[in-house]
Ligand binder design. Structure first.
Ligand SMILES: [Mg+2]
Length: 381
């Protein structure tokens, strides 16, 4: 099964409202779809999460020239070939001029993102070639995985009572765990938001909070104590991007609230350090942002050996298969609000389903999703 073509399709869908986390606003939902065809007539689909579409689409195009003709089952060899470009490409590619392909070390991020989409499409192909869903290909015994509803964004037009109503509505829909944003307001106001949400969802629901890398260590120490009375299930990405690993270990000395991190990292080595030096309890490495399935599985293995549980960031149609299959897969993040995530309800003509607090994968080969190309064409960029 040889790679015949690799294409990238980018779309950007305007959101109904401006949604904000502590560090930035969102006005669009974006996705890049990577489509790989093979000489035996199969098509593998991967998706890439992220907003800077142009450099990533260009990276996929450039990489396609290196990969066409390779064995589509050779995901490790293909992974290594792409990864080498982020480090020492000029030495490795004696037969081609990587400089003329436009890759420099400054382009690591788009290369890692392109690699994610290509690797995911290869795993989709592998499943289709074996006629197995990826969750079974990886050895999983169940197609169901615990899902939590992610929401509680900051909205200028949205008073704090409505955030509490939103989170309570998820519980009414059947979710047993919800996540909200923090860090975007002065601490006293954020405490008020968290208190209202806890009152609205009741004492039994799990409440995660996500500060989106907005606190210094000392601010995070104050915040983690202040949120303790509201029984926080995990505190996600509390610290600024530049002190996001060792600072976590210092934070754990101040509180038993479990810490979660990983979605902003792009490789195994950073996640190893989060486990070793940061003492995180849950890792939400995003295989659609960097590294793909291959890197997610390596991170899951390392985490398993250190008692760390795996969760995910966005794109449950892909990452649900991984969390469902590995021994330390704990849960997946899903978005149940169509205004915040129009892609979940419109981008697919077939996909996994949400039932209560579970993501239920299907038995179709590969990742079991099909793309609604009319929707892609409508919002293509
Ligand atoms: Mg997050």
């Amino acid at each position: 099964m040889k790679i015949k073509s690799i294409k990238a399709h980018a779309l950007s869908v305007p959101l109904k409202y401006v949604y904000a986390v502590a560090t930035e606003p969102f006005t669009v939902a974006t996705q890049i779809i990577v489509e790989i065809t093979t000489d035996n007539g199969l098509t593998g689909l991967g998706t890439i999460h992220g907003r800077a579409a142009k450099p990533v689409v260009e990276a996929v195009e450039k990489l396609s020239h290196l990969l066409i003709g390779m064995d589509a089952h050779a995901h490790e060899a293909i992974w290594a070939k792409i990864f080498a470009l982020t480090n020492d490409g000029a030495k490795i590619y004696k037969d081609g001029d990587t400089a003329s392909m436009g890759f420099r070390t400054a382009q690591r991020q788009p290369i890692m993102a392109a690699q994610a989409g290509i690797d995911i499409a290869l795993w989709d192909l592998k499943g289709k070639a074996c006629n197995l869903p990826v969750w079974r290909l990886l050895g999983g015994g169940s197609k169901e995985i615990h899902a939590y509803a992610s929401g509680g964004y900051y909205r200028k037009d949205k008073p704090v009572e409505i955030v509490a109503d939103e989170m309570a509505a998820y519980i009414e829909q059947g979710f047993t765990a919800v996540k909200m944003k923090t860090g975007g307001l002065p601490l006293a106001q954020d405490i008020d938001r968290v208190r209202r949400v806890r009152e609205a969802i009741g004492p039994d629901a799990d409440l995660m909070i996500d500060a989106s890398r907005s606190y210094s260590l000392m601010q995070a120490v104050d915040a983690i104590h202040a949120f303790e009375p509201y029984d926080v299930f995990w505190f996600e990405e509390p610290l600024h991007w530049y002190d996001a690993i060792r600072g976590m270990a210092k934070l754990t000395q101040h509180s038993n609230t479990p810490l979660t991190c990983g979605e902003s990292e792009s490789h195994l080595w950073a996640c190893r350090d989060l486990v070793d030096l940061g003492l995180v309890r849950y890792l939400n490495f995003d295989c659609t942002r960097a590294g793909g399935v291959t890197e997610w599985l390596r991170i899951a293995s390392y985490s398993h050996a250190h008692g760390v549980l795996m969760t995910t960031h966005h794109d449950p149609q892909i990452q649900g298969h991984l969390a469902a299959a590995v021994p330390n897969g704990y849960c997946v993040e899903v978005f149940a609000d169509e205004d915040r995530d129009p892609l979940w309800n419109n981008l697919f003509s077939q996909r996994a389903e949400l039932r209560g607090s579970k993501l239920v994968l299907n038995d179709e080969p590969g990742f079991g999703y099909a793309i609604n190309w009319d929707y892609v064409n409508k919002y293509r960029v």
